[in-house]
Design a protein around this ligand. Sequence first.
Ligand code: ATP
Ligand code: MG
Length: 650
Amino acid sequence: MSEVHVHRVQPAWKKNALIDNDTYLKWYADSVKNPDKFWGKHGKRIDWFKPFSKVKNTSFDGKVSIKWFEDGETNVSYNCIDRHLKKRGNQTAIIWEGDNPYDDKKITYNELYEHVCRLANVMKKHGVKKGDRVTIYMPMIPEAAYAMLACTRIGAIHSIVFGGFSPDALAGRIDDCKSTFVITADEGLRGGKPIPLKDNTDKAIEIAAKAGTQVEKVVVVRRTGGKAGWVQGRDVWYHDEIATVKADCKPEMMKAEDPLFILYTSGSTGKPKGVLHTTAGYLVYASMTHQYVFDYHDGDIYWCTADVGWVTGHSYIVYGPLANGATTLMFEGVPNYPSQSRFWEVIDKHKVNIFYTAPTALRALMGAGDEPVKKTSRKSLRVLGSVGEPINPEAWQWYFNVVGNGKVPIVDTWWQTETGGILITPLPGATDLKAGSATRPFFGVKPQLVDGEGKVLEGAADGNLCITDSWPGQMRTVYGDHDRFVQTYFSTYKGKYFTGDGCRRDADGYYWITGRVDDVINVSGHRMGTAEVESALVSHDKVSEAAVVGYPHDIKGQGIYSYVTLMKGVEPTEELRKELVAHVRKEIGAIASPDKLQFAPGLPKTRSGKIMRRILRKIAEDDFSTLGDTSTLADPAVVDDLIANRQNKK
Ligand code: ATP
Ligand code: MG
């Protein structure tokens, strides 16, 4: 293992922090010793119409049943809006930053209330009832948040489909949860380019109808005014509809375990799963993690760059921040439009204090050099966050030193669509940081490492990451397929939630996610996470991004095949290839040196920017006739180039 960069908590981080290290240790110990008491107390952070008397009722055995606060009643939109109105009616709830830097607006909590109530009334008017599924296929505009909150207000279950998905992917998700009501926009706008959302919706509705689900109503927000098809009787304009209804709508009484939303996973490893989250536990957990992980203080300007189509957008753009009465920034555009400085310019423009993004964006921006960052101030920043993939130590250091000027803590947050909220993470004023480690579990989270046979590994170890007890934000089932839920998450290691991720715990008890278990490479009996080899490659100053997979090797069992994207302007040469192999050998050791190295102008990624190693594995095996489910691939053309230049041609 190459050198570990440790960054101790700085005095400035501790000064006003909500949690210091002693508090973390005490709270953590309490939370795992007596979850009923701990969550009984923190369950009261949200408002209840009917208080709960039971806290935790969960079992990971047999049929698996997960219930939190089960006899309580509440409403998510009430908690995200109404309860703030007295104190914060005129405070900004949402700052919207458009794709075009001259396009922005602010929405107060009072305004949010009215928008959400009106849309809720529109849905009611068209017959949407508690428990109905509503599909949201929207650009990153405030109406997307209104739509989510309006569903929760009347007890409808939303299913958001990322606006970058194709008609086929949208149709599959509409049909999977039998959703007959869709909210969309005429077009989206990203990086100056329109995205035909309404046209895609029309196509998807045809496909879904053939599969057996007939969409009856489509509410369309006018975003660009671009041309879009229209079906009389089925399609209605958002702006027309909201003018016909009242500006108040009573929030529905929801049981704690009533479904809140369905969200399909990113599809990095195969067919997406319809993850179901329920009302109260999810909100308690999302709001609590938002507050403590980001050390959120009243008045902070908070920005998470995710899309609401991903779970990060659900929990940390909308539900967590709004439940906490925060000001949350919603960004319509992309990191490099109109320039490579966009993120940092937005931070300066809105005086952002807390910034949360993904390694894929950081690696891309790092590839463009320091200049676009350095020309901005970023003085307002107090906390930086990362999520979605392991962050390579090199990218971590760049984030810390260049973006944060060495003064701002980074929270590397590990979690999943399934977990609802962050499970392993540093806390800014409490946790000494190690570049590339997600560090320690959040309150109430009990991680465990096991080997392939399920044997529990103690102390410093490398294994498969499980969680041994429930936390309130946990998914409750796969929508409509509880057997698949039990099979996928609780059958590999009996009585435990298996995350699918590989993980190393060091001597300090810090957790390092090493990649997905399916991606672990076994070279001559040595198990290696993909993250480690990739990080070694990325630490070379000519490399911008790397992906590593195993392929069958006669002598070693598995060989290491690496795909490398170079920094802007660097020529791929034979000499450089040798230099990179030697570099990995120096950083990790001979055992990890790549057997094959392919220069790749682009890597296959999901729409959320994650590398799809299963496709790379197929190409490395020279077996690309069946690439599996590629419906979540962002840019299929990348794959053709990789196949054409493969190094293992038979
Ligand atoms: P699918 O489950 O459909 O294959 P997915 O796993 O990519 O897709 P998500 O729920 O969006 O869907 O992603 C969760 C996964 O992302 C985690 O299991 C982990 O592999 C990775 N991940 C998220 N955050 C981190 C992090 N901070 N460090 C390392 N890995 C992370
Ligand atoms: Mg997953």
